[in-house]
Design a protein around this ligand. Sequence first.
Ligand code: PMP
Length: 414
Amino acid sequence: MNNALDQLISDRHHLENTSDSDVFSKTKEFQKIVGSVREMGMYPYFQALECNLGSEAIIKGKKVIMLGSNNYLGLTTDPRVREAAIDAIRKYGTSATGSRLLNGTLEIHETFEREIADFLGKEAALVFTTGYQVNIGIISALANENTSAFLDKLNHASLQDAVKMAGCNTHYFKHNNPEDLERLLQAAPKHQAKLIAIDGVFSMEGDITPLPKMLALAKKHNARLLIDDAHGLGILGKRGEGTAGHFGLSKEVDLIMATFSKSLASTGGCVAGDFEVIDYIKHFGRSMIFSASITPANLAAASESLKILRAEPERVLQAAKNAQSIVQGLSAMGWKVGNTETPIVPVHIGNDLYTMLLWKELLEEGVYVNPILYPAVGKDKAMLRVSTMSTHTKDHLSFALDKFHKVGKKLELI
Ligand code: PMP
């Protein structure tokens, strides 16, 4: 089976570049591949959970420890967050049924915008329906073909898509490498405006951008700096205020983007910055104007989660402690866990096939993690993405570590 699976995994790489006369041709080819992987019971995506209790879940009737979610503070099942969402439905109904620009703005959108701007240390904020849309909205409003955009190679897809859509002249610098960024800034056409866009915390590696150096370069080269803090909010800084707060640079960073789909136990996202910049994005961000606004329930869940984060900053510390105990446990066994400084713990395997086998064995043993294969990471850089939550108990973590040991020995990976 392993050889067949290996072949199928590599076959799928060719699909993206096919150029048939019928745009549907590749879908048939894909079904052949994915059908075989499903028959082998090795298909890892779109796994339906019967129940998700935060740190534990039920999948195909079996309890698993959830080490594969972005629910870093464990708030998705907090009774206060649930009640806030239900109350919002009672008061406002299930949807705002339109764009923020026209009929889709409720007073709770504006109240929350003031709260989150204050938390992030900025003058103003603007709430969008998803985090993905925030990045598209910011960049579609501010940048165009006369903009040189500078992105870390490992930035999230939403930033990469945003600069493509805006038609920017885009330059990718080596991961977390200010020297490479400076080289590209120096070489960029002098007449173009410059925008540097970087993930605060990298979603697969869990490491942090060297923000002070990146900011100094932005200032030196007259560029604006946008930080995508999807994974920094609730995790970095003493109060969970994110990457900029962690470095004491909230005022200096031009724009901070955050999602509500991780620590804030909802969906949606926002951008925070100076009032006039935010007001401009509000009127020109296409993903805001041409899409219905975040639902009342999602907004209320994010707002309640932010209240809890403010009242219980110890959750931030607990999330970090749980991550450290997993990192130490895995490293001691001989797993390669990279330079993570957050609850995102990459377990580097390299080979796609072994990553899949490891994922499957762990799931059968009751541990849910995510296999990350090309193109989400570079070729031969396959890994498991393990993510801890502040609500994991010592028992959860030691159970998971025992299973990593058992399966790692069985597959001769450690
Ligand atoms: N930025 C980063 C760094 C992310 O990891 C994600 C989601 N995984 C997003 C943006 C998009 O956020 P959302 O899921 O809220 O659309």
